[in-house]
Design a protein around this ligand. Structure first.
Ligand code: UD1
Ligand code: CA
Length: 471
């Protein structure tokens, strides 16, 4: 039985986003908004998540299921969006066993889990029936107003559109975060009626009905109103990115990371970076990227879902996706590491090198202008400038193996499938179509022919004839 269940309202379409995608799936720092809200609920100490889905319910549900495989999840479908009160109504059955219901909106990605935890604690310590989070807004437009009596007791919440001129002046507003004694919710929600400006069931009306019954109802004033911001528009989505992006950078700095020009650096949700690592201007660390300690990541580098060990040097403008760089590896400038590129300890990939599904063993180097695809490279191999693996025959991909200590001369084509044995040498300019035995020299190019006196006998006379013709 769950003690605390979080009902997360995520059924709305989000018309003001002007998007084909459900609002709560819009991403902030690479994570859908609803994910930030669910994370905050879990971190604050709830033991079950009850998302209320409606618009694009299948997509929203699929994302949540994949993101929280080990969490107690109960999805509730709100087929028609008849208001926040109606959204909670569809979640009543799924939360019947909970003692406390935390109710959150799926469009508030900046929520501070610590503050939500404090709110839950305050509600339970005060043995209250309902606690609603509020904040003092510089501009309360659009928010529900918290109406209190002469003794500061909370009486009700009035929505902007239903408020009197006097009520509109109130600057204490509803953050849209509620903690309620679950046993009271059925009757409170059952009593809601849509007699209001929007003809909807307002969740906010439970405040008045419970207060009138003499239940203990109070508002918990949030320290940091910014963190309760709701996202209804694209502009607010960008604001949420700035807010959470700045917080992410601040956390990195606290953890000993050097961030040069922080406004230009993007670090997405869930990325980790070790101490003494330097992130230069314009670096982007995306998806599930992890970076170890003592690394130097230079300007313009973009790493997606990539793991970087300790002491790695990534020079300017490297683009990597689903790649792994072991301790002490070096890459760039201008290297493209495509999925399943694995750089062994101390290995080096230089400028204008593209790699895909390629393992480069410890201490091996591919320093200039190469394409290595579907390739397994052992240790201490030197891949010369301009080496190309011809891995695709137009139908299938084939593998190239370069064993330990191999030396590949410049401008070599390795026509896969092909294996070059340990310590073999390939002469520059070779097209290698057959396996090379260990320790051998492979030389595959036509022998050079020099014809002496060519300039005097052929080239000059033709040039002279041409000049005469044009004068
Ligand atoms: C709501 C509050 C308002 C508060 C504000 C804080 C009500 C009536 N008003 O207004 O007092 O100041 O939040 O941000 O509750 N949703 C559903 N099903 C529905 C309607 C909404 O799931 O039928 C979801 C939406 O997807 C959204 C959340 O509930 O995530 C809030 O709905 P929204 O329409 O944004 O409410 P506000 O007008 O912002
Ligand atoms: Ca809203």
């Amino acid at each position: 039985m769950s003690k605390r269940a979080a009902i997360v309202l995520a059924a709305g379409q989000g018309t003001r986003m002007r998007s084909a995608r459900a609002k709560v799936l819009h991403e902030v720092l690479g994570r859908p908004m609803v994910g930030w809200v669910l994370d905050a609920a879990l971190e604050a100490g709830v033991d079950a998540l009850v998302p209320v889905v409606g618009h694009q319910a299948e997509d929203v549900e699929a994302w949540i299921r994949a993101a929280y495989p080990d969490t107690d999840l109960a999805f509730c479908l709100q087929a028609q969006q008849l208001g926040t009160g109606d959204a909670v109504r569809v979640a009543l059955d799924a939360t019947r066993s909970a003692e406390t219901a935390l109710i959150l909106c799926g469009d508030t990605p900046a929520l501070d889990p610590v503050e939500i935890g404090a709110l839950l604690q305050d509600h339970e310590d005060g043995q209250r029936d309902l606690t609603v989070a509020s904040f003092y807004a510089q501009d309360p437009t659009g928010y529900g107003r918290i109406v209190r009596d002469g003794e500061d007791r909370v009486l009700r919440i009035t929505e902007e559109r239903d408020a009197t001129d006097e009520e509109r002046l109130i600057d204490e507003v509803n953050a849209g975060i509620y903690v309620v004694r679950r046993a009271l919710l059925d009757d409170a929600i059952g009593a809601l009626d849509p007699q209001n400006a929007q003809g909807e069931l307002y969740l906010t009306d439970i405040v008045e009905s419970l207060a009138k019954e003499g239940r203990s109802v109070d508002a918990y004033v949030l320290d940091d109103p910014e963190r309760a911001m709701g996202v209804n528009t694209r502009a607010q989505l960008v604001e949420a990115e700035w807010l959470l992006g700045a917080k992410t950078i601040a956390d990195l700095l606290d953890g000993g990371v050097v961030v040069q020009d922080p406004t230009s650096v993007r670090v997405e949700h869930g990325v980790t970076v070790g101490p003494d690592t330097v992130l230069a201007a314009g670096v982007q660390l995306l998806g599930t990227t992890t970076v170890g300690s003592g690394c130097h990541i230079e300007t313009g580098t973009i790493l997606r879902d990539t793991s970087v060990g300790d002491g790695v040097h990534i020079k300017p403008y490297v683009v990597a996706e689903l790649a792994a760089l072991s301790d002490g590896a070096t890459a760039g400038p201008f290297a493209h590491l495509r999925p399943a590129s694995i750089l062994g300890p101390g290995s080096k990939v230089g400028n204008f090198v593209e790699m895909k599904k390629t393992h480069l063993g410890a201490g091996s180097k591919a320093n200039h202008l190469s394409y290595l695809g579907d390739c397994w490279v052992g240790q201490d191999v030197n891949v010369g400038a301009g080496t190309i693996t011809c891995n695709y025959d137009g139908t299938n991909k084939h593998k190239t193996v370069l064993e330990d200590g191999v030396f590949i001369g410049s401008d070599t084509q390795l026509v896969a499938p092909v294996t070059v044995g340990a310590r073999a040498t390939i002469a520059a300019g070779s097209t290698v179509t057959e396996d090379v035995p260990a320790g051998a020299l492979a030389l595959s190019r036509t022998r050079q022919v020099n014809r002496e006196g060519y300039d005097e006998a052929y080239r000059k006379p033709r040039e002279d004839a041409g000049k005469k013709g044009t004068s």
